[in-house]
Design a protein around this ligand. Structure first.
Ligand code: ZN
Length: 435
């Protein structure tokens, strides 16, 4: 039986049941609020949702139902909603370039990740999908309470071809890329040819990867391949898609250009990261095939003016920014599901994870963006049966916020308006009175 994370809020520590009274419950599917609700949390799950009433309280505000001690939190009419989901993070990275990150001691990478994950949870992100580098040790550490952080979905190391965007070796460096597999700070491993990519996918799945991520295109980073670079042959991508499918999961691909996106979607990739140069025709195919886009605006916005950016990096960021708004509009018009993703890597920018809400508002409504960070993300991490909305039996990953994010999603970027954060039933932040 895994331990729950330690409570930050002493007033709710040790209780078996936490009751949220006078809550306006937000349905992320319909974006409707139901006011005057009581939500009972027990054993890490939502045990019951019903109207506020005298039967909900025993003497002194204690609940009349359930075993053991209970705490009652009066939401004062505030909105109770599911915890947020960031579908593109890198918990292991704190340096600007992957190469700098690769050479850090593994212990330092892990120690920094603890702080990164805790800070994500304290912004309201109760689930995150790591897009390269995190291993199963982090999942275990969260489950047993060693790390107070979000639930994780991981892909292990990304798969990248020799000379691809995540081949971090400098041009005069011919060392065997096998060293990357032993570096916690490496996001990717290298593999080439159908037998090798199959073996790499199987190794990652064996080690606990819950999906497979591939580098299918050039990238934004300062070194390496131009954006137009098409990575992996079609045979290699198809083989990886088959391996993931056989393991009952899917492939996510790093892809910017329309050609790279089109190829991946046609070959069965289900999650396209970045996706900015997508054409209307490819977007239609994505919608038809149920492919999710994860646009990751924050990484581009926060990189364009970073101190020390090389001219190559600044040029790539500028080109991308020109395309971002057009790409978002194309995806939206085609009805492609879009998840919330930030892709932040440097220690100095992780704190801006919630700014993605503001960037996405340039092309979408608050309700759209709210769904991105809840129900769309829940499907992408294959846990829509237990997260992404507020329902009986759901995992109790919950927030209580001031205002209605379905009408003003920007409020989720303001930590002062997130009064309560509940992770797996444990209250990790509480600014409201406890009865
Ligand atoms: Zn990324």
């Amino acid at each position: 039986m895994p331990r729950l994370p330690p409570h930050v809020d002493d007033r709710t520590a040790g209780v078996s049941t936490t009751i949220f009274k006078n809550a306006a419950v937000l349905d992320t599917e319909t974006c409707r609020l139901t006011r005057g609700q009581t939500v009972v949390v027990r054993g890490g799950r939502i045990a019951r949702i019903g109207s506020d009433g005298p039967d909900d309280d025993g003497p002194g505000g204690a609940p009349s139902d359930g075993d053991g001690e209970a705490a009652v939190i009066d939401c004062g009419g505030r909105t109770l909603m599911p915890g947020l989901i960031d579908a593109h993070v890198h918990i292991n990275t704190t340096e600007y370039t992957t190469l700098e990150n690769v050479v850090l001691p593994n212990s330092l990478v892990a120690a920094r990740a603890v702080g990164t994950m805790n800070a994500m949870l304290m912004r309201g992100f109760t689930t995150v999908r790591d897009m390269g580098g995190a291993d199963t040790g982090y999942i275990r550490a969260v489950d047993e309470g060693t790390i107070v952080g979000p639930d994780l979905m991981i892909c292990g190391k990304m798969l990248c071809q020799t000379g691809g965007h995540q081949d971090v070796r400098l041009k005069w460096d011919w060392q065997d890329p096998a060293f990357l597999r032993g570096r916690l700070g490496a996001k990717a491993r290298l593999c080439d040819g159908v037998p090798e990519v199959r073996h790499a996918a199987r190794e990652e799945l064996r080690a606990g990867a819950q999906f497979i991520k591939i580098i299918a295109n050039g990238g934004l980073a300062a070194h390496g391949t131009p954006l137009s670079h098409l990575a992996f042959s079609e045979e290699e991508i198809a083989a990886i898609v088959e391996e993931a499918g056989d393991a009952d999961t899917y492939v996510a691909a790093h892809a910017y250009t329309d050609k790279a996106v089109e190829r991946c979607v046609r070959l069965g990739v289900k999650s396209i990261e970045h996706c900015f140069f997508v054409s209307p025709r490819t977007a239609d195919m994505m919608a038809e095939k149920g492919v999710t886009a994860v646009p990751t605006l924050a990484v581009v916005e926060l990189r364009r003016n970073r101190p020390g950016a090389t001219p190559e990096e600044a040029d790539k960021a500028a080109r991308l920014l020109d395309e971002i708004d057009r790409g978002l509009a194309v995806l939206k018009a085609a009805g492609v599901a879009m998840a919330y993703g930030t892709d932040l890597t440097h220690a100095s920018v992780h704190a801006h994870q919630s700014r993605e809400f503001l960037y996405r508002l340039r092309g979408e409504s608050s309700a759209d963006v709210l769904r991105s960070a809840t129900i769309v993300g829940a499907k992408l991490v294959k846990r829509a049966h237990e997260i992404g909305n507020v329902f009986e039996g759901a995992r109790a990953n919950l927030l209580v916020v001031d205002g209605n994010p379905a009408e003003d999603v920007a409020l989720l970027a303001d930590p002062g308006r997130i009064g309560v954060i509940v992770k797996a039933g444990a209250v990790v932040k509480n600014m409201l009175p406890v009865g």
